[in-house]
Design a protein around this ligand. Structure first.
Ligand SMILES: Cc1cc2nc3c(=O)[nH]c(=O)nc-3n(C[C@H](O)[C@H](O)[C@H](O)COP(=O)(O)OP(=O)(O)OC[C@H]3O[C@@H](n4cnc5c(N)ncnc54)[C@H](O)[C@@H]3O)c2cc1C
Ligand code: SF4
Ligand code: SF4
Length: 939
């Protein structure tokens, strides 16, 4: 594929005179071409509207040029409704405001906010959104409304359609409709008379046709996202209300959703969860009516293949592991309530039902959060393991069908027979059994025409099975491109025609997202299928789900993890096609956007369902481009690390006395010689150097203390003593003895080398650090406590990389100082000078180490109020990345800083010196290590 600028696309869409940011660069177009679906269209341009006016301007451009417009938000859609070869408008970047109303009973949201963020705002009020898609970490309000998403527990009562209060939409004509206004219907009649009248006519046409009424009632008594939500024509009388509810589930084909207000539902934090394993699928589905009657919030089906896969997962229960899986099936069941007492009441009331089930093993309900997480890990791990283990070069397709609950058994059995007939191996069936909504996965390579034919034959058979059981071909993932040709078959000619008329009323020129929801081409579902080239192990596993995007510090500056991965795929594809110019362009952009501005903090791995650390890929690729001069310099640095850290600290102290321009000029020269990606840029906001690290001998200590070298390079805030001094004082105060290794001045966790892919220096440091700590810790008997979370994590990684699990260093235990303080020091301390409010910034490493809870608990001990920003994210400082590329930290911290500075706090803290620097820069407040505050509060 040769990438050229598309002459159809005028890039001067203007709103109020200022152009809507639009790009036609190959990197942007290819990075955005991919979403979670198995369709791939490369947009002609990518626009980033910032306001509803910008969107109206894009509509005008589309009308004038005839180039269609498609919205992209979280990009987690699975049915192909978020891809286009026209203009793709990224509506996630802006549009993120969240406003809690009526003490949490309602929430007003812009479409780019993720479900997780909105729920974090609501959690403070004991409320949540009704729709509960499994993709909540990444999917956004725009996508949830446009797809009428639901999930495990919400059913049809608490889905988007039912819990939506009002919408603000921009129609393709540019008219803005605010359905919450008292005179909304009047205004619609005035501004859009044809649309208003047309909706009335459709309402009466549908209501006057008994067959249509029956079909709609039957179809929408289930979860159903096929075609348009024509139930709106029965459920609502006023055209403006019909319009609002037709936009729900319209997949960006009718209007732009600029704002939404939802009625929220109670957050039910108390739960009891268990796995009910039945001898057969028939026994399981047969028990469904009784289980639904037992008041269970969740009943998740897993078929026999799912159980076999589940047995290989970490969270597998003893009962499951012991099972000889033949034809069994299981339900993951869960009670949810406001309090543990309510859960106990629910269990007691339904005990007889559970006791009477025909089970292969007794069901054990647990309220323990870890056990519950393990059980959910099994259910969620099904997708992970099957998708992650698919043969490289194939694409994972996640299907989503629904049938009336009594038809579930027949449908599942027929699907199993179809998998056999069409030779789809390992196709697990799982899903929301109480709603009759099941998912199954197919791994398919679309390159081979024979495979494509097989896929078509399977689809035809599957459509027959589902429609033959009075079901719907899409329950919650949206019609998209995959099912658009089958809408007529599901609803019949009359309702299909009603849907076509709806589209024509809203979007007469068909500029909005053509190809999604309705299609006249019976084979359009096999056009534009994604072919996935084999590239490299990290990349090949990726299913392009987008879960990793919202937590990535570089998402607003350059690329997201998914984009870093898909650009590797696109580069491989261009190389295979012999498109030398495109390869050169992509590789040139990738240097800065893909590699330099990745913080390699691994936050993507925390979110990734198939466990990909894009940072690890970036590190490896950085290593490939390291020149001999840089490698040699950093290897020398590893040899003389004590001198380097002291030198850097002294240099910062000296630099603090010189004019900033002069120092910045010198470091710029150094960056030219050694490379901007390995040589930090001096910045006058940096602190002076800190104290050199010195050994502390101790005959019989409680722990080894590893003060991080970043404390020597970047000293404390002007009025602080630094974390190292604070930690030693706290230990003394609490009666805990620590030993600092003899070699400490020359030791480092290795992150500066590892993050840059400098293998020789990393290896050298590893060979020095691990033996020194082994000796200091009495051969691993004592824990090693580090006072910077990224270094604690770095040390643990060093141990893992140097060793197999049973190797000589495996006994070394690294503990972050905050966790150590929580467990060992707090009991011996008395808070004498408590704080009012404390803003706490967790770090990417404390998240990965699992020490956030300890940090929050320490903070809560010394402050009456601990403010944890909802818009928290990794600061992107990542050791020295914030010095190498300060723009990364500035971008990564912008939202959190805006939230933190909205009010003032008595103190600001984090648990890593460089993150403290990053947050101080971003907020203008002085962040210190939490242990420094603990020390001053317990004097
Ligand atoms: C692993 C996985 C699990 C999933 N689990 C579930 C589940 O449990 N339940 C469920 O319902 N879904 C699930 N989904 C599907 C998907 O996550 C949801 O449909 C989600 O709501 C899509 O949101 P998004 O922000 O990613 O939207 P996108 O994919 O970006 O967009 C979705 C559609 O909405 C349109 N759109 C986006 N923003 C706007 C706007 N502001 N105005 C108008 N149109 C707009 C787009 O054009 C597109 O047609 C899952 C997906 C994955 C990958
Ligand atoms: S390592 Fe961090 S910056 Fe790099 S892709 Fe992953 S989340 Fe983004
Ligand atoms: S890296 Fe993981 S989370 Fe990100 S898109 Fe790929 S599979 Fe999804």
């Amino acid at each position: 594929m040769t990438m050229t600028r598309d002459s159809r696309v005028p890039t001067d869409g203007r709103a109020g005179g200022s152009p809507v940011p639009t790009s036609t660069r190959a990197t942007d177009r290819l990075a955005m071409a991919h979403d979670a679906s198995h369709y791939l269209l490369v947009p002609a341009a990518v626009a980033t509207p910032r306001t509803a006016d910008d969107v109206a301007a894009l509509f005008r451009v589309s009308h004038e040029s005839g180039v269609p417009l498609t919205f992209r938000s979280g990009g987690t859609s699975l049915s192909g409704q978020g891809v286009t070869d026209g203009v793709l408008a990224d509506t996630r970047a802006a549009f993120r405001a969240v406003e809690v109303l009526d003490g949490g009973a309602r929430v007003r949201v812009q479409p780019g906010a993720t479900v997780r963020t909105v729920n974090a705002h609501l959690a403070r009020h004991g409320r949540k959104l009704g729709p509960d898609p499994a993709s909540e970490i990444a999917c956004t309000i725009g996508g949830v409304i446009a797809n009428n998403s639901s999930g495990m527990a919400c059913g049809t009562e608490q889905n988007t359609y039912r819990t939506l209060d009002s919408l603000v939409v921009v129609l393709p004509s540019g008219t803005v409709v605010d359905s919450s206004a008292d005179d909304a219907d009047e205004r619609l009649r005035h501004d859009e008379p044809e649309l208003w009248q047309g909706l009335l006519q459709l309402r009466d046409r549908v209501r006057g046709n008994a067959q249509s009424v029956r079909t709609i009632r039957r179809q929408f008594s289930m979860k159903n996202t096929m075609g348009y939500g024509v139930n709106a024509l029965l459920d609502h009388d006023r055209p403006v209300d019909i319009l609002t509810h037709l936009v729900v589930g319209s997949e960006g084909t009718l209007a732009f959703i600029a704002e939404a207000t939802f009625r929220t539902v109670p957050l039910l934090p108390a739960a009891a969860t268990g796995l009910a394993i039945f001898p057969t699928l028939r026994a399981a589905t047969g028990a469904l009516p009784e289980l639904v009657g037992a008041g269970l919030a969740t009943i998740e089906l897993m078929d026999a293949t799912s159980l076999r896969v589940a047995q290989t997962l970490r969270g597998s229960t003893p009962e499951l592991s012991a099972l000889q899986v033949e034809g069994q099936a299981a339900f993951l069941i869960e009670y949810l309530a406001r309090t543990p007492e309510e859960v106990a009441g629910q269990r007691a009331a339904s005990a007889a039902i559970l006791d009477g089930l025909d089970l292969a093993a007794p069901v054990r309900l647990t309220v323990d959060p870890r056990e519950r997480a393990a059980l959910w890990g099994i259910r969620k791990g099904l997708y992970t393991s099957v998708a992650g283990a698919r043969p490289s070069g194939t694409t994972a397709l996640l299907e989503d069908v629904v049938v009336p609950v009594p038809a579930l058994l027949d449908t599942c059995e027929s699907l199993l027979e179809l998998f056999d007939r069409h030779a789809y191996r390992e196709s697990v069936i799982f899903g929301h059994a109480k709603d009759g909504n099941i998912h199954f996965m197919l791994n398919e390579s679309f390159e081979d025409p024979a495979d494509l034919e097989r896929y078509q034959r399977f689809t035809e058979d599957m459509v027959d099975v589902v429609l033959g059981n009075d079901g719907s071909l899409k329950a919650e993932h949206g019609t998209g491109r995959i099912m658009a040709p089958f809408v007529r078959r599901q609803y019949g000619d009359e309702l299909h025609d009603v849907m076509r008329r709806i589209k024509a009323l809203f979007d007469p020129r068909g500029i909005l997202n053509p190809g999604a929801v309705l299609s006249d081409d019976p084979l359009s579902y096999v056009h534009h299928l994604k072919q996935t080239p084999t590239v490299e192990p990290e990349v090949d596993r990726c299913v392009e789900c987008g879960y990793c995007e919202p937590s990535c510090p570089s998402q607003h500056l350059t690329l997201t993890p998914r984009q870093r991965i898909v650009l590797r795929r696109e580069t491989a594809r261009a190389r295979a096609a012999g498109d030398v110019a495109l390869v050169a362009e992509l590789e040139s952009d990738y240097g800065y956007e893909g590699l330099d501005t990745c913080a390699v903090d691994g936050m993507c791995q925390v979110a990734c369902p198939v466990d990909i650390n894009t940072g690890a890929l970036v590190r490896r690729l950085r290593g490939d481009r390291v020149g001999p001069v840089q490698e040699a310099w950093w290897d020398r640095a590893a040899r003389h690390w004590g001198t380097v850290t002291r030198g850097a600290g002294t240099a910062l102290s000296v630099a603090g006395t010189l004019p900033p321009v002069a120092v910045t000029g010198v470091t710029r020269l150094g960056r030219r010689a050694l490379g901007a990606d390995t040589t930090p840029l001096y910045d006058e906001r940096l602190p002076r150097g800190g104290a050199a690290r010195r050994p502390v001998p101790a005959a019989d200590p409680d722990a080894v203390y590893f003060p991080a070298c970043i404390g020597t390079m970047f000293g404390p805030e002007p009025d602080g003593a630094g974390v190292s001094a604070a930690f030693l004082t706290l230990c003394e105060r609490a009666g805990v003895t620590v030993r600092v290794p003899r070699e400490i001045a020359d030791l480092c966790c290795g992150t500066p080398w590892k993050s840059k892919g400098l293998a020789a220096g990393y290896e050298r440091m590893t060979r020095r650090v691990l033996p020194a700590l082994w000796q200091a810790s009495d051969s691993g008997r004592l824990p090693v406590v580090c006072d910077a979370s990224s270094c604690t994590e770095g040390l643990d990684t060093m141990r893992r990389l140097a060793d197999d699990p049973s190797g000589p260093w495996s006994a070394l235990r690294f503990v972050d100082a905050v966790e150590f303080a929580h467990d060992r020091l707090l009991p011996g301390l008395t808070v004498t000078a408590p704080l009012g409010s404390l803003a706490l910034h967790h770090t990417c490493s404390s998240t990965q180490l699992g020490s956030n809870a300890a940090a929050t608990a320490v903070a809560a001990r010394i402050a009456a109020e601990v403010a944890l920003p909802v818009d928290w994210g990794c600061c992107g400082f990542a050791g020295d990345r914030g010095l190498l590329h300060p723009e990364l930290t500035a971008s990564a911290t912008a939202r959190e800083a805006a939230e933190v500075t909205r009010r003032s706090h008595d103190a600001y803290a984090s648990v890593n010196r460089t993150c403290e620097l990053g947050m101080s820069r971003a907020t203008g407040h002085s962040y210190v290590h939490l242990l420094e505050l603990l020390e001053s509060a317990t004097r």
